[in-house]
Design a protein around this ligand. Structure first.
Ligand code: DAH
Length: 340
């Protein structure tokens, strides 16, 4: 019995199969019901009491090594078959993909541009670090003029000629200096003011400026374009109201309100019971601004308007605290995930 076990153990070492069929033959030879191993277990019944323990152990070891050997050989064939296949399991549930969302300021910026682009406006951008000429002087803010105080400015101590732009009106100048009318442009961008940070004011925010310069441009054109914009942005029923105002670079100047889109103009806490909500500043470009940019003010006229993107976004999404826009709080930003 021991001899037979040893012999088979030797054979196991050299076992090999060239095909699955050959392997199956080996399995039948050693492990099937009528195979050599079963035969040995049959013989085991006749083993004497003293030898039973030892031989039993040897037999079990033999059984294990035979099974291991056959399994190993089978694995090799399986691997070989698999190597030609992709290991992607299409039945697995898909990995969760975190989708981002656009920032509400970007959403409204894009919406404003889209509305004006339908009536022929294209986009230009200018630098956020500006010189005095483009931010103030060319826009008719004389040095020491109190109008400059309306925009609390970040200057650079070493060079007071350089400042962080306080409005996107500076881009009007850059474009008028470099392009010939007709000019029909939008200037979106970030602006800076030395304001105490609160729920209503921040030291930086965003504006979109509009400029149209051509022959025979009138205040009626401005009014019509602003009405079109307000209806597209806030709904067909929106009315507008222009109140006389003052900006150094426009004459006449106005501030525009829209009818409150929550109460329809009847008056509610949102519009402080006035029925109107302020949206933007606008006016006819002052002839001296055109001349500063070497555009003949006897031939050309134009209008300009400027609005805060935060302001429009607050109104559209009822955001009550302007600081939310720059705090990167994912719980706030996630709410805009479904807005395209
Ligand atoms: N630049 C002004 C501001 O920041 C906004 C403004 C008012 C822009 C009137 C204009 C305009 O183009 O015509 O307060």
């Amino acid at each position: 019995m021991r001899e037979k076990i040893k012999k088979i153990e030797k054979e196991i070492e050299g076992l090999s199969a060239k095909s699955i069929e050959e392997l199956e033959q080996l399995r039948i030879k050693y492990l099937s019901k009528k195979g050599l191993l079963s035969g040995l277990f049959e013989d085991f019944k006749n083993v004497t009491q003293e030898e039973r323990k030892d031989i039993g152990k040897l037999l079990n070891e033999l059984k294990n090594s035979l099974q291991d050997k056959i399994n190993n050989l089978k694995q090799k064939f399986d691997d070989l078959q698999d190597s030609g296949k992709s290991d992607i399991d299409l039945t697995l549930p898909a990995d969760f993909i975190e989708t981002g969302s656009r920032h509400p300021i970007s959403i409204i910026r894009a919406k404003i541009i889209e509305i004006y682009s339908r009536i022929g406006f294209t986009v230009s951008e200018g630098p956020e670090i500006e010189d005095d000429w483009h931010n103030f002087s060319a826009l008719n803010f004389p040095e020491e003029h109190p109008a400059r105080d309306m925009q609390d400015t970040f200057f650079i101590r070493k060079n007071p000629d350089i400042a962080l732009r306080t409005h996107t009106s500076s881009v009007q100048i850059r474009v008028m200096e470099n392009e010939k009318p007709p000019i029909r442009k939008l200037f979106p961008g970030r602006v800076y003011r030395n304001e105490a940070i609160s729920s209503r004011a921040h030291c930086f925010f965003h504006q979109v400026e509009g400029l149209y310069i051509d022959k025979d441009v009138s205040f009626a054109d401005l009014k019509q374009v602003l009405l079109y914009f307000s209806k597209e942005m806030f709904g067909e029923k929106t009315k507008i109201r222009l109140r006389p105002s003052y900006f150094p670079f426009t004459e006449p100047s106005a501030e525009m309100d829209i009818s409150c889109f929550l109460c329809g103009g009847k008056g509610c806490p949102f519009c402080k019971h006035t029925g109107w909500v302020e949206i933007l500043g606008c006016g006819m470009v002052d002839p001296s601004v055109l001349e500063n940019c070497k555009i003949d003010s006897k031939v050309y006229s134009g209008y300009a308007f400027g609005m805060g993107i935060e302001r429009i976004t607050n109104l559209k999404y009822e955001v009550k605290d302007i600081r939310m826009f720059s705090e990167n709080d994912i719980r706030f930003l996630k709410q805009f995930g479904s807005v395209i």
